[in-house]
Design a protein around this ligand. Structure first.
Ligand code: 4AD
Ligand code: MG
Length: 464
């Protein structure tokens, strides 16, 4: 009978009693002399490697020579207490099979440290580094945390379409989806592109948000969340923007804005706590390598209530700060990340939920306040990140919503179904969107959003 493989994360927890084990993985390093060779093997299950000891007398020279950084192995042997420092157990190898070699002249991930910029150019291989292994495990754990959080609270997971004919955020930053021949476009009588002949019979694009359909779900199932890819064709080359990112959008019937804020705060704290508890080794590694204050900062979030403040109060603090900002700030301007970070990092020293923004800088669906100027928006602002969540209470009044849609010239043919939620059994409701990569950025302490998604999509970059 063949011995079943044990993953390394599990091997490292076993009591060494000379038992036979089988392990498979990729070589991180090899060192030693002509009598004995030490190989550090990693299989992606943990940041930690298992040390394998090869007695050179037991293996043909040629086979051992093929064991270089990046090569893939199957080893069986006995699990013993480690003689050396740095690990509790090691394997004394009895059999060795090299699945695939990795030519040391050509394999780009040699032992020396590489810059994150260089690793972006080899994004197809960077998951094999310690850094990206750690980031991707944390990312996966956070995704699990999200489903658990909502599952435990009776939310339903709703899948909203990726191809859509409506522009939820009204920013016009959409990627068109078409099967028309761009070199030979069909035209109507007025000389415009005839979308009647396109695949869906009308112009369509990749979604910028699942919210509108999420509201349809919430006004039927009560409370839902979406978790899926989202696309924005904005030409923003910043460390916080991607053209393709993942968003979590909960939407709740019968929630007002303060219920919405409570949920957002509980939600983020739950995710951070889950990562600290389940990804300790990875987070400690990232803290050591990139960001000494990481764990303290994460715990700071758990131990503080978020500040709740109106936009108007926030502007006043910024104006009175005496600080010279790159973008001047006054009532009516959209906040830049430097303003958001000033409030969070310098003024309050904890996360801030800013509410009641001017209607003009927010989307059409937000509930209008009685002052006639502001809407019941809420942005959650985080240290190092700026805006991590955007949300609002929704306008549930049919006439007010319609007036807003007309004022913004949003075509009714795209919106009739959305307005129906306000025509039939309308209810107060609220929701928000969390940018998944911004959460992963915060939890891993990385500083560029391109380093927390396996294959980033940004302007002029769609490699891999
Ligand atoms: O503030 P946004 O645009 O809000 C919405 O899309 C609403 N429909 C959400 C809702 O109420 N259901 O985006 C929400 C969050 C932002 O706070 C940010 O974290 C993230 O999505 N985000 C991005 N993340 C990475 N790259 C981009 N280009 C992003 N744009 C927004
Ligand atoms: Mg926003």
């Amino acid at each position: 009978m063949t011995l079943r493989r044990t993953i390394i994360s599990e091997l490292l927890t076993l009591a060494p009693q000379g038992q036979e084990v089988s392990v498979k993985g990729w070589v991180r390093t090899r060192r030693g002399n002509k009598h004995v060779q030490f190989v550090a093997l990693n299989d992606g299950s943990t940041i930690n490697n298992i040390q394998i000891v090869f007695d050179a007398a037991l293996f043909p020279d040629d086979t051992l020579k093929a064991v270089t950084t990046g090569s893939s192995l199957h080893v069986t042997g006995t699990l013993v207490e480690s003689q050396g420092k740095g690990q509790s157990v090691e394997i004394q190898a009895k059999t060795l099979e090299v699945y695939g070699t990795a030519d040391p002249e050509k394999y780009p991930l040699q032992k020396k440290g590489h810059t994150l910029e260089f690793l972006r150019e080899i994004a197809h291989l960077r998951p094999r580094t310690n850094t990206f292994g750690a980031v991707l495990r944390v990312r996966s754990a956070l995704a699990q945390a999200i489903h658990r959080f909502f599952g435990e609270r009776g939310f339903y997971y709703l899948n909203t379409p990726l191809i859509t004919a409506s522009d939820c955020e009204g920013a016009g930053a959409m990627f068109q989806v078409t099967t028309l021949d761009l070199n030979n476009l069909p035209k109507d009588e007025e000389g415009r592109v005839d979308y009647a002949q396109d695949f869906f019979g009308k112009p369509t694009a990749l979604t910028v948000s699942g919210q509108l359909e999420g509201e349809l779900g919430a006004t039927a199932l009560g409370q839902i969340y979406t978790f899926g890819p989202t696309f924005r064709a904005e030409n923003s080359n910043t460390p916080r923007h991607l053209s393709e990112f993942w968003m979590i959008e909960p939407e709740m019937a019968f929630y007002d804005i303060s219920d919405n804020m409570d949920l957002a705060e509980d939600f983020i704290k739950y995710c951070i706590r889950y990562a600290i508890e389940n990804c300790r080794d990875d987070i400690e590694f990232l803290a050591k390598m990139y960001d000494n204050d990481l764990i303290e900062r994460l715990e700071g979030i758990l131990n503080n209530d978020f500040v709740r403040l109106t936009y108007t109060e926030g502007i006043k603090i910024l104006e009175e700060s005496g600080k010279k900002f790159e973008f001047p700030v006054h009532w009516g301007t959209d906040l830049q990340s430097e303003h958001e970070r000033y409030l969070v990092e310098e003024h309050f020293g904890k996360p801030v939920i800013l509410t009641d923004y001017p209607a003009e800088i927010k989307a059409f669906y937000m509930k209008q306040n009685d002052d006639g100027k502001t809407v019941r928006a809420m942005d959650v602002l985080f240290p190092k990140i700026g805006e991590i969540i955007g949300g609002s209470e929704r306008e549930e009044n049919y006439d007010k919503l319609l007036a807003r849609i007309e004022a913004l010239d949003i075509p009714m043919k795209d919106m009739w179904w959305y307005l129906d939620t306000r025509r039939f059994g309308t209810v107060p409701h609220s929701g928000f969107g969390l940018g998944f990569e911004r959460l992963v950025l915060f939890v891993t302490g990385m500083t560029n959003i391109r380093d927390v998604i396996p294959f980033p999509r940004t302007p002029k970059n769609a490699e891999f």
